[in-house]
Design a protein around this ligand. Structure first.
Ligand SMILES: Cc1cc2nc3c(=O)[nH]c(=O)nc-3n(C[C@H](O)[C@H](O)[C@H](O)COP(=O)(O)OP(=O)(O)OC[C@H]3O[C@@H](n4cnc5c(N)ncnc54)[C@H](O)[C@@H]3O)c2cc1C
Length: 704
């Protein structure tokens, strides 16, 4: 396997060389509008076009993950890659999947060499979102086909050597059936290109007219009549790449550099956390492609989330950069102008947001039910927890606690030699997430957290108190801390004060617990320590790291509860009828469900991103909270909207999820505080370090 760190460095070296020589200036949306065939040739010379393809066909048999490293570095730099982008991303892979051996031999090596460049002839004036309605016809003639019709919005048709054309070969068949894909030489007699200028007055797309253009039979891509099935698979390549996230990255990097206030930090932290999380989704798409599948739904979700994000970066730029957009200027004013004028296209090209959401909504039930951890542990957790959710007990411990304790759940993630049950942090997260999904309130997360701080698993239930309101002197521990989970019903407190971890029995003299609760009715008590005698510290810990350990488990609960809210909503929308049909058949309902799918997918990926090894990095937990909090907010709002009046009753179980979502998002300081702390840290980094942080996960092929 290629050393991806070395590969990344090589790409950077090429970019540095070109930038330093003044051969390109970074711009927003460069992958569609920055066309420099010489640059594409330089990329080709290093083997970075068609790099996943077989060697005999011009490739280097690299993984899609390696390709992701190359593409994200090119996009980061805003480099002029448009000449080779479509052939490398989409048409090459389509030829590889469906093309005849001859077509493969003819085109793939030349695409990889940067000699053949492609544009995409799909859309027509009357066929936009309804792509299957294309009217361009290809009529069978001796030796091939004659194509007549008009394609529009064809990016780079004025520079490409070839065009991919979706055309109708059978008018009689149902509209999805009679379609065929072709490869057409742009220099063929009868092909004419008319420029179209965009909002900025730039020329990157075109109208392409085909007037009785002869195409040899061997230029059919795949099978005649199979165009629709083939093109829909292609969309996984088209929609799931980093270019759906990074079109405005040069602007985002400037925002991070310029951030100078608390409000900016929170906005920056939130934006970068989202970007890092979406990148994980792009890695999942790349991994699925490597496995030979076509992750159409995940790619659609990524494109919806990513292109919305790209547009939001402009608004961030307006808040943080405090410059007026100026297309004639240099630097940030130009980047902002470019971002604003390009943004309307982000959520249209490659399938509009509305159409993508229709595709995504169909899978809402599946996504709500999907499990993310080890299948065996997920199944076991579901068996134990199913039907055990409900209101937390007003006093004492929940009835299920002895079962969980007996099963050793609070000791999962801790070695048996330390009194634990073995397993990994990821396994513990899976169990805690499952309690969130089943609305089972227990001190599991708190007890496991306490074990981790102490460094060994104890018996009974525990909770953790980390607060700067406490002081420990020779006389004892003093201070008052509010909102302590489960304080009234635990056996001991694990207290972190001045970097030291102390274990304090819950019945120690000088402790007073005053009950309180969160929106979900879970115990959140006030604990007063009145010169409580404590023994020597049992461990030393950084307070931030200590908090992060607990916050990670709360994110796991949030994700579980959001999954449950989605599952309820998908089931409800699929069965409840109004106006004579299930709610899901209404597009507004489907769109809301699809957005829930996006947020739950994002929150899951953010959680996964924070589980690195055995000790979650504080920044990644911050990112996970910063993403999961807003996802929880969205999921709760959407779930209630979708359920109508019956969702706001105590009879319907939805409230067991949503009341928890509303509570947990504000615990551990809340999502905004985590976003702020991440933003403050990132703002102090240079762009190189920011980028390294963003791309650390999965960069070298580790788990996505
Ligand atoms: C910058 C840019 C580059 C492009 N490059 C190419 C290219 O290289 N090759 C190519 O073939 N095409 C290209 N396109 C075209 C692009 O694929 C289409 O614009 C897109 O598929 C939408 O079609 P349309 O513009 O006709 O909009 P329409 O389909 O007319 O949609 C207009 C609005 O109605 C909504 N709408 C339509 N149908 C539905 C529905 N069933 N349910 C809900 N809402 C609906 C849409 O979401 C949108 O909001 C490009 C577009 C842009 C903006």
């Amino acid at each position: 396997m290629t050393d991806l760190t070395a590969l990344r460095a090589e790409v950077r070296a090429l970019l540095d060389e070109w930038r330093t020589a003044g051969r390109f200036t970074p711009q927003c949306d460069a992958w569609l509008r920055g066309n420099d065939p010489q640059f594409s040739k330089a990329v080709a010379a290093r083997g970075w076009i068609g790099m996943t393809w077989p060697r005999p066909l011009g490739g280097s048999e690299e993984s899609n993950r390696a390709r992701l490293v190359v593409t994200e570095e090119l996009l980061r730099a805003g480099a002029p890659v448009a000449a080779h982008w479509m052939g490398d991303r989409q048409i090459g892979p389509a030829i590889l999947r469906y093309g005849s051996a001859e077509l493969q031999q003819t085109y793939l090596p030349r695409i990889a060499a940067g000699d053949v460049t492609f544009c995409l002839g799909m859309s027509e004036t009357e066929s936009g979102s309804d792509l299957a309605s294309v009217r361009t016809t290809a009529t069978a003639v001796d030796g091939g086909f004659r194509i007549t019709g008009r394609k529009i919005w064809t990016s780079q048709a004025h520079t490409a050597s070839h065009i991919y054309v979706l055309a109708r070969t059978d008018r009689a068949a149902d509209k999805h059936a009679g379609l065929t894909e072709f490869v057409v030489d742009m220099s063929s007699v009868g092909v004419e290109v008319r420029p179209i200028f965009d909002l900025r007055g730039q020329h990157h797309f075109n109208e392409v007219t085909f007037d009785d253009v002869f195409v040899r039979a061997d230029q059919v891509l795949g099978a005649v009549g199979q165009g629709w099935a083939q093109v829909t698979e292609q969309l996984a390549f088209e929609r799931g790449g980093m270019e759906r996230l990074l079109s405005t990255y040069p602007l985002l990097a400037e925002c991070v550099r310029a951030a100078a206030s608390h409000e900016h930090y929170a906005d920056i932290g939130s934006a970068v956390a989202q970007l890092a999380t979406m990148r994980r989704l792009a890695l999942q798409v790349a991994t699925a492609l490597d496995a030979g599948s076509a992750p159409v739904q995940l790619a659609a979700t990524l494109k919806d989330l990513g292109t919305t994000f790209e547009g939001e970066v402009n608004e961030l730029g307006r808040r943080v950069l405090a410059v007026e957009p100026d297309p004639g200027a240099d630097g940030v004013a130009e980047l902002l102008a470019g971002g604003i004028l390009a943004a309307p296209g982000f959520t249209i090209r490659g399938g509009t947001t509305e159409v993508l959401r229709t595709i995504i909504a169909r899978t809402a039930g599946e996504v709500g039910r999907a499990r993310a951890g080890s299948a065996e542990i997920e199944e076991m957790a579901d068996d134990v927890l199913a039907g055990r959710g409900g209101e937390p007990p007003a006093t004492g411990r929940p009835a299920i606690w002895p079962t969980l304790a007996e099963l050793g759940w609070p000791g999962v993630g801790m070695a048996e030699s330390r009194g634990g049950s073995g397993g990994s942090l990821a396994d513990l997260v899976t169990l805690v997430r499952a309690t969130g999904r089943h609305a089972v309130s227990t001190p599991l997360a708190e007890t496991a957290w306490a074990h981790r701080l102490v460094g060994r698993a104890g018996t009974g239930a525990a909770t953790v108190v980390v607060s700067d309101r406490l002081s420990a002197t020779d006389g004892g521990l003093s201070g008052e801390v509010s909102r302590v989970p489960w304080a009234r019903s635990v056996d001991r407190f694990v207290v972190v004060v001045d970097g030291s971890v102390h274990e304090v029995p819950a019945d120690a003299a000088g402790i007073t617990v005053t009950p309180g609760e969160n929106l979900a009715g879970e115990p959140r008590d006030t604990v007063r320590f009145d010169v409580v005698a404590v023994g020597p510290p049992v461990a030393a810990v950084d307070a931030d790291q200590a908090l992060a350990e607990g916050a990670l488990l709360r994110v796991a609960q949030l994700v579980g509860a959001a999954e449950a809210a989605l599952a309820y909503s998908a089931a409800h929308a699929g069965t409840r009828e109004q106006f004579g049909r299930p709610l899901i058949k209404f597009q507004a309902v489907g769109s809301l469900l699809a957005q829930m799918v996006g947020q739950v997918t994002l929150a899951r990926a953010a959680l996964a991103g924070a589980i690195t090894g055995d000790s979650p990095p504080v920044d990644h937990v911050a990112a996970a909270f910063a993403v999961a909090g807003p996802a929880a907010t969205f999921a709760a709002r959407a779930a209630h909207q979708l359920h109508g009046a019956m969702g706001i009753t105590r009879e319907h179980p939805l409230h067991l999820s949503t009341r928890r979502l509303w509570s947990w998002r504000d615990e551990f300081g809340g999502d905004r505080a985590w976003a702020r702390r991440l933003g403050r840290r990132l703002a102090g980094l240079g762009e190189d370090d920011l980028w390294d942080w963003l791309t650390a996960t999965g960069a070298n092929g580790d788990e996505a």
